[in-house]
Ligand binder design. Structure first.
Ligand code: M6R
Length: 608
């Protein structure tokens, strides 16, 4: 949450930073600011609202900098106001600080500074950092920064510029992402490597407690003991175009439409068709670690948790491995029981979700190995795990997870085949499953080709205030995901429910003003679901069925039917999810919602 971008070099620092922040706006968008140095003076601008407001202000003021740092905020401490927006400055405006994360001990630091006569202007935890550096500064910025960082507790990424040092940005990070990009006589800092793709592919991440002095031609890095260290550069895999909207109205729509290719990439080169099995070349797990797995525990948040639920169904059904799924934010505080023989799978699109990372640290401290399923190279989760399988979905910018979710399910399906083939799944069964997977990208395309129907239905269902998504077996986690998508981007109060649970309470809410989206694509339980559909209908709720093409027993119950191609029950969630994504997208669009940047949300939830 919150985005930091900084630039040192001969280019136009203001426009480079503003454009960099545009790539990070999905991380927070309630206010934004920029600060930099020109002719020995520190100047800044901050504005409430989207980055476009700041961009206009910067243009109106004609700001020009030699170096600059910028920030786009998702408020934690202090409401979104101009004063609380970053950068934060010391009293004499000698230095400016941008910060992502939370300084947990800011209250005590603030009191100590106040006792020394420092006057605070904002409600933020960040402002203490600016005043602390100023209080320690005696001509050596690095030393003042070191002393300050030594006092901070919490998860943070921080960047500082000072009027006396117009050639450098100082940065540090602790449990928060911060990447340094190295160009040709120029350097960049960013909260997310995607934001650097236009400028450089050569990057490294700041690890916990490291401090770096970033200048155009040299980056010096120091470890927690202040010893100089050398960092290995990694080369980013993606193209700058992959983080442009292109002709799409929203990133979310673009990413929904990218799913056939994203799924192809997630599967590409991983099939071992001859043996009906799967291989993950990047997975550095010992084969015996996988053969010996007796239990699986999956951790994740939001959509990643829903993907984990689907994974657990597949792993139990096909690999016959008992699998538990936990919401990471709950799990981390439970002093969990983790028996030997348990494989932990941590799922996160961004690899930066604070709760998932904390849960991973907790189980690793107990001596258990963690396998990450993640989309972002070099992200914290990939560095905190024992092995990683990448989604290969390409950058996901829209706040709601779309191709991130479906590729997570694909990777979990592949992992299921691998583990099942190590157990009792026959070669033929493995090959059959892979065959169904292979057909998925074209089947997803078929759903996408039906967009006009979704647009039409959206007009009919856009004006309700609440809705249910119901389903059984594989369609239950799918209903949770469908409801999350709709509520997140359209602000309709939607809930996902196991269809059989409706009569244990939620059915009381059904009435003609509350539509129900019934996910009917689970063959093994359809006859049971049919009774649930009748129960819904007799309470007067408008009923939309999402059903496989071959399912002909809907008997005129639903008001509307959306058809998706037929596949096996395990993979049907992917096709139905694409349908619910399109439905949510067009309903949100119909309601005029801010689809890529829904209110109160941010893409990577890097705070608790
Ligand atoms: O990056 P992660 O997969 O760890 O993110 C987890 C959730 O924050 C995320 O899935 C969130 O629920 C999405 N906005 C859902 O669309």
């Amino acid at each position: 949450m919150c985005g930091i971008f900084g630039y040192v070099g001969p280019g136009d620092a203001v426009s480079i930073v503003i454009n960099g922040l545009k790539k990070l706006e999905y991380r927070g968008y309630d206010s934004a600011g920029i600060a930099g140095v020109k002719n020995g003076q520190l100047k800044y601008a901050k504005e409430v609202g989207k980055l476009s407001v700041l961009e206009k202000e910067v243009q109106d003021q004609g700001l020009r900098f030699d170096i600059a740092i910028g920030h786009t905020r998702w408020a934690t401490h202090g409401v979104p106001t101009k004063i609380n927006a970053h950068p934060h400055l010391d009293t004499n405006h000698t230095l400016a600080v941008v910060h992502n994360g939370i300084i947990e001990n800011h209250e005590s630091l603030r009191s100590a500074l106040k006792q020394k006569g420092v006057k605070f202007v904002s409600d933020t935890d960040t402002e203490v950092v600016a005043h602390l550096i100023a209080s320690f500064y005696q001509g050596d910025l690095l030393e003042a920064f070191r002393q300050t960082v030594g006092l901070l507790k919490g998860a943070f990424a921080i960047a500082v510029v000072h009027k006396d040092f117009p050639d450098r940005i100082l940065v540090t990070a602790n449990q928060c992402p911060l990447v340094v990009g190295v160009g040709n006589n120029e350097a960049f800092i960013a909260s997310d490597s995607h934001a650097l793709a236009k400028h450089t592919r050569e990057v490294f991440f700041i690890s916990d407690a490291e401090i770096a002095v970033v200048t155009a031609d040299k980056v010096e890095v120091f470890d927690a003991k202040h010893e100089p260290i050398s960092k290995e550069l990694m080369t980013l895999a993606y193209e700058a175009e992959s983080i442009e909207k292109g002709s799409y109205a929203h990133f979310t729509l673009k990413e929904i439409h990218e799913q056939p290719q994203a799924i192809r990439n997630a599967m590409g080169s991983r099939f071992v068709e001859e043996y009906g099995s799967v291989t993950f070349e990047e997975l550095k797990f010992d084969i015996n670690d996988l053969i010996g797995v007796q239990r699986i525990l999956i951790l994740g948040c939001g959509s990643s948790y829903h993907a984990g639920l689907l994974g657990s169904y597949m792993l139990e059904d096909l690999a016959r491995i008992p699998t538990q799924v936990e919401i990471a934010s709950e799990f981390r505080y439970r002093n969990p029981i983790v028996k030997s023989g348990t494989l932990i799978i941590a799922i996160s699109q961004s690899g930066e979700t604070a709760d998932t990372i904390a849960a991973v640290k907790e189980v690793r401290a107990k001596g258990t190995k963690v396998l990450a399923i993640c989309n972002v190279q070099g992200s914290t989760l990939t560095r905190e795990s024992d092995g990683c399988i990448f989604l290969r979905a390409g950058p996901e910018i829209g706040v709601c997870s779309t191709k991130g979710f479906t590729t997570q399910v694909v990777v979990l399906a592949l992992l299921t085949v691998l583990l099942a083939r190590m157990r009792h799944m026959s070669k033929q069964e493995g090959q059959d499953f892979l065959h169904h997977l292979q057909k998925l990208p074209d089947q997803v395309q078929q759903v996408l080709n039906n967009s006009a129907q979704f647009e039409k239905l959206a007009k009919k269902y856009a004006n309700y205030d609440s809705a249910f998504f119901i389903g059984r077996r594989y369609m239950f986690p799918t209903s949770l995901e469908g409801a999350l998508k709709l509520k997140e981007i359209s602000y309709i109060n939607s809930s996902g429910y196991a269809a059989g649970e409706m009569k244990h309470g939620p059915i009381a809410l059904l009435n003609p003003k509350c539509p129900v989206f019934a996910l009917c694509a689970n063959k093994t339980t359809f006859s049971k679901l049919e009774s649930n559909l009748r129960e819904v209908k007799s309470r007067g709720s408008p009923l939309v069925a999402i059903a496989e093409e071959g399912l002909n027993h809907l008997g005129g119950i639903p008001d509307d039917i959306i058809r998706v191609p037929e596949t096996i029950d395990e993979l049907e969630p992917i096709l139905v999810t694409v349908a619910t994504q399109l439905l949510a997208y067009y309903i949100a669009n119909e309601r005029g919602a801010d689809i890529d940047q829904p209110r109160n949300l941010a893409k990577s939830v890097t705070v608790e």
